[in-house]
Ligand binder design. Structure first.
Ligand SMILES: *[C@@H]1O[C@H](CO)[C@@H](O)[C@H](O)[C@H]1NC(C)=O
Length: 406
């Protein structure tokens, strides 16, 4: 089969990782794959799109991304529609396309139906776009009405829809009320290769004692990630530990930080203020955009992961931790409900410092429990979220879709 991937901006993010994995998976199954995108910066992209593993073609990058700093969504949609036109008009006749895999922006789908040889269209919905847009005034709401309407209608035009979790599937149904589609769930997989390659003995991170017992939180510095929960839970942990235990305890917050992003800057400072108020200044280390190597070192070293967001759509970090045999304490909502098994690979808690602190106490005090949970977590990731499992599922979905009408 020949599969074309249509993706707005092939940078470095969760959505990009997913489509690249999907392309690699289908390629491994013997299909021919290629990418068509609006933007691809070779200095800011995943390796596989740069080194020739995956063929990438860029169209429509000249179309502006915003109009006077506004209308980002409109411009992104327009760029994607342009790419869809390109497929319809210039896709060569000899290359028979069997499937077009698109994600993020659904607006081009009705057009793609006019591509030669009637390829099937598969849409991967990471999350309804209209729920991701920042709220802003009355004008913005009016501007969003037609866009939201179009998002719903064009999503419904796909031959198949996939989502990243049962949680997103539920949100999908609640958001796109007119659509009678039950999307299939294709969980993102963990690229375990990168986790196996950093097996280093250099366990030093500035400011953390070599014998510290580390509680780790990995999340971008955004308010919706609820990082203060980790700080408050850590503070409450103190009352459950002996003096010696508490002396060793150390909390590390590590996360993506973009110095051009106002929210990242502000939130980072807010967290520092909370730390100081709680008297935790010397017991907390906050890292900004640590390298993969440092991140994996920390995961290898830490006793547990505190995963604080509520209603996370999927959440890859708990999988990373589980793969490296780290027990995960997460909020009992969203994606983690499907990845973390309560009392086996970690704890699913209420989003309160008390509940998080209690779970952390159990793991802190009971090394055997921590180890047992770690082993079960790794097994779970290997069985359910491996690249092999992902490949098998996707190939099956694609085959079913193509065979439906033949
Ligand atoms: C931690 O301490 C609090 C307050 O003393 C107590 O209610 C709670 O049960 C303790 N948790 C654990 C797991 O020991």
């Amino acid at each position: 089969m020949r599969v074309l991937f249509l993706h707005p901006d092939l940078g470095i993010g969760g959505a990009e990782r997913l489509v690249i994995d999907a392309a690699l998976a289908l390629k491994n199954c013997g299909h021919t794959v290629s990418f068509l995108t609006n933007h691809h910066d070779k200095t800011h992209c995943f390796e596989e799109t740069r080194n020739g593993t995956l063929e990438v073609k860029v169209v429509g990058d000249w179309i502006p991304r915003n109009i006077f700093g506004k209308f980002y969504a409109f411009c992104a949609y327009f760029r994607m529609v342009y790419a869809a036109f390109y497929v319809v008009l210039f896709q060569s006749k000899e290359e028979k396309l069997d499937l077009i895999f698109c994600d993020l922006i659904s607006l081009g789908i009705p057009l793609l139906k006019y591509a030669k040889h009637n390829p099937k269209i598969l849409f991967y919905c990471h999350f309804p776009d209209q729920l991701l847009t920042k709220q802003g005034g009355c004008m913005k709401s009016i501007y969003r009405i037609p866009l939201n309407y179009l998002e719903e209608k064009t999503t419904g035009a796909a031959d198949g829809v996939l989502v990243n979790s049962k949680f997103t599937s539920r949100i999908f149904s609640e958001t796109f009320k007119s659509l009678k589609i039950t999307p299939g769930v294709l969980y993102p997989s963990l690229v375990t290769k990168s986790f196996d390659q950093y097996k280093t003995n250099d366990n030093s991170v500035d400011g953390i004692a070599f014998n510290a017992v580390i509680l780790l939180s990995i999340n971008r510095y955004e308010r919706k990630k609820n990082l203060p929960l980790a700080l408050k839970a850590f503070k409450l942990l103190e009352r459950n530990l002996t003096k010696q235990e508490w002396d060793k305890a150390h909390l590390v917050l590590a996360g993506g930080y973009d110095s051009r992003n106002l929210e990242n800057i502000e939130h980072f400072n807010e967290l520092i203020a909370i730390c100081e108020n709680l008297g935790l200044k010397d017991k907390v280390t906050m890292l900004r955009s640590p390298s993969d190597e440092i991140k994996i070192q920390l995961l290898n070293r830490c006793r547990m992961l505190l995963y604080t967001p509520t209603n996370e759509h999927f959440g890859i970090v708990p999988l990373e931790a589980m793969y490296l045999q780290v027990p995960v304490i997460a909020v009992n909502s969203g994606g983690p409900k499907e990845t973390v098994v309560h009392e086996q690979t970690g704890f699913l808690c209420e989003s309160t410092p008390e509940d998080f602190a209690n779970a952390a106490t159990l793991i802190f005090k009971d090394m055997k429990l921590a180890e047992k949970m770690g082993v079960m977590g790794r097994t779970r990731v290997k069985q359910r979220f491996s690249f092999e499992a992902f490949t098998e599922k996707l190939n099956q979905i694609v085959r079913n879709l193509i065979n439906e009408t033949q």
